[in-house]
Every structure is written in C-alpha cells, then in structure tokens.
Design a binder for this molecule. Structure first.
Ligand SMILES: [Zn+2]
Length: 205
C-alpha cells in the first residue's frame, strides 16, 4: 500500500501543540493525518489512538455515536502524558463513506440497528482497513503502541500486520441517551469491551 509523506506542521489545539504529519495514499487519493507529541521515535511504547474519520461525530457534535468524545479523550490523554500519536484515518462510516452512512442512519431511524443497516445496504458490518497504519508508523519511527481502544478486533488487526501493541488502554467516554443502542450493538455484535474494566491486555507475541 503506497503511502507518501507530504509535509509536517505545528497544530495548536486546546490540549497541546501537536505536530501534524500529512500522508497521501496514492492509489485512492485519500489524505491521512497523524498527530504526534513529544519524542515518539525513541523505541519505547507510544500511547496511541487509531481513529477513523467520523465527520458527524468528530466535527458536527453528533450524539449518534461516541467518536467525537473518544477523539477528544484520546487527545487529552496524549497531552497529559506529553507524548503520543493519533492516526486520523480518512475512512468515514466504518469505511462505507459519508453518503452511505446517512443512508444507514435513515434505516436506523426506521428501527434497524447499526449492523443490520450496513448489511441491508450490502456492506459488511465493519469495512475499515488498518493496513495504512504500518507505513505511517514506520515513517515516524514508532515501533510499539499502548493502544487506546475498546475494540479487541482493532488490536488483532494491527498485531496481524506487524505492529506491536504492548498494551490495550480502555477508553470509556461519551455515553448519552441517543447512542445507548449504538454502543450496546457495538458491545453485543462487534465485540467491543464496554464495561468498566481497566485491565491491560499485553500481547504475548
Ligand atoms: Zn462516529
């Protein structure tokens, strides 16, 4: 998967001033952003988040999902450590795109859950692809992550492609009355760990 580094700049935010690295995925024109803070190339595991774009949650304050609050919690956690990485992957709506996400929401307004809606539109429940992460992490000299996620499948996907996940750090935030069903579906049908567990899952490999 050819991905080229384009440029890096400062990105001041309310939490910290990150370094913003731009990468272009040449075969499909997708433009990805990786924020880093501190020295991430010293070999020690880096607190990290792999976040897939969610325009409605990240930018429009949607309460249909928990993406916006997870993004903010991850940036705050990285800022509080003074070191970390956030990969912002441009794969909207679990990879189905923004218009199809709105179609899926329309079906959900009619009673379907998030998995049923995607399947009715002919998509797998989760079409996200994390292969792009490896070349971007390699470019930044990051060899090992303390990954902030509730999704064991994301840990497995990253581990399978050769990224060392030293620890899974749970992220519990953003529950509200509108996304109760969505979060329950993620827990029940997609295997997310939504309890209040705080254990670390250390990769034996
Ligand atoms: Zn979302």
């Amino acid at each position: 998967m050819p991905v080229v580094f384009v440029a890096a700049s400062k990105l001041p935010t309310p939490f910290a001033t990150f370094t913003m690295n731009g990468f272009l995925e040449e075969e499909n024109g997708r433009e990805h952003v990786v924020l880093t803070l501190g020295d991430v190339s010293d070999g020690a595991p880096v607190l990290g988040r792999v976040h897939s774009e969610c325009l409605t949650g990240d930018a429009l304050f949607s309460q249909r999902c928990d993406c916006g609050s997870q993004l903010e919690a991850a940036l705050r956690a990285i800022a509080s450590q003074g070191r970390g990485v956030l990969l912002y992957l441009r794969q909207e709506g679990r990879g189905i795109g923004l218009m199809n996400k709105i179609r899926a929401y329309e079906l959900q307004d009619g009673g379907a859950d998030t998995v049923e809606a995607n399947e009715r539109l002919g998509f797998a429940a989760d079409q996200r692809d994390y292969a792009i992460c490896l070349p971007m992490l390699e470019h930044l000299g990051i060899r090992s992550l303390r990954l902030m996620t509730n999704n064991p499948r994301k840990v497995k996907a990253l581990t399978d492609m050769g990224i060392n996940v030293a620890e899974r750090v749970p992220l519990h935030t953003g529950q509200n009355p509108h996304n109760k069903l969505y979060l329950a579906t993620k827990a029940g049908k997609l295997g997310h760990m939504m309890g209040n567990e705080h254990q670390s899952e250390v990769d034996p490999a």
